[in-house]
Design a protein around this ligand. Sequence first.
Ligand code: B1M
Length: 208
Amino acid sequence: MTTIITEAIRDGNTYDIAELVQSSLDSSTQPLDVLKAMTDGLDQCGKKFESGEYFLPELLMASESFSEGMKVLEPHLGQASLGQAGKVILGTVLGDVHDIGKNLVGFLLKSAGFKVIDVGTDNSTEVFIQAVKEHQPEVLGLSALLTTTMLGMEDIIKALDSEGLRQKTKVIIGGGPVSARFAEQIGADAYASDAVEGIRKIKELVAR
Ligand code: B1M
């Protein structure tokens, strides 16, 4: 069943995905395994896009299909709680509209008891700085999926520094093209390769 889900997302099947996810859950597949099958579908779609087999409409359909599947899966992934674990601002950087990974991180954070302020996608440095000033979070989480846009993360960290906000705000970065090495280079406090690791690292940052 999980293979069929992967293929349905990969091929942008928005009609059957809700039913497929529901059947998989009904047959006792763990919600996190269903999520893995769904993200594998996006990965496979990305690879086909890279090799020239798929084009932008296929990417869009795959992400649409993922969203439809998430509507069924989300209630099974965890309970939202009070926001007492800490406060986190999340956003995707300037020039980048990818938000599926960021949204997953946000969803899991809320389930783990964090208050999450999601500033959305394609944000300038100023938007992040304003949000940090307004909400004073323990952690700022930045996401980027493009090798071009990830470079903007360093500007945000520098701006936090020059605004005197860096001491109070830990920064974690994530997204396909970034790495622990890149995080170190730009002076971020942490890097996470996936959403589950992100939640663990954010908990560590808040506890520091
Ligand atoms: Co785009 N896209 N896309 N795309 N897209 C990629 C990223 C790409 C790798 C595809 C490819 O070529 N193989 C490629 C980037 C190449 C590069 O820069 N090296 C690419 C490209 C080129 C583009 C366009 C330029 C295409 C074009 O227009 N010619 C364009 C750019 C638009 C823009 O941003 N300005 C574009 C557009 C789009 C869509 C809009 C169609 C759609 C996004 C829809 C949306 O997000 N609402 C889309 C999609 C769906 C993808 C792929 C297929 C899937 C991305 C995704 O959601 N993955 C992607 C290929 C791929 O990634 N294999 C691709 C699933 C998601 C759960 O994973 O986001 O990595 P991810 O998040 C993970 C971790 O990275 C981590 O945890 C998450 C969950 O485990 N993580 C964090 C992420 N953020 C984190 C933050 C944290 C911690 C962990 O703390 C704060």
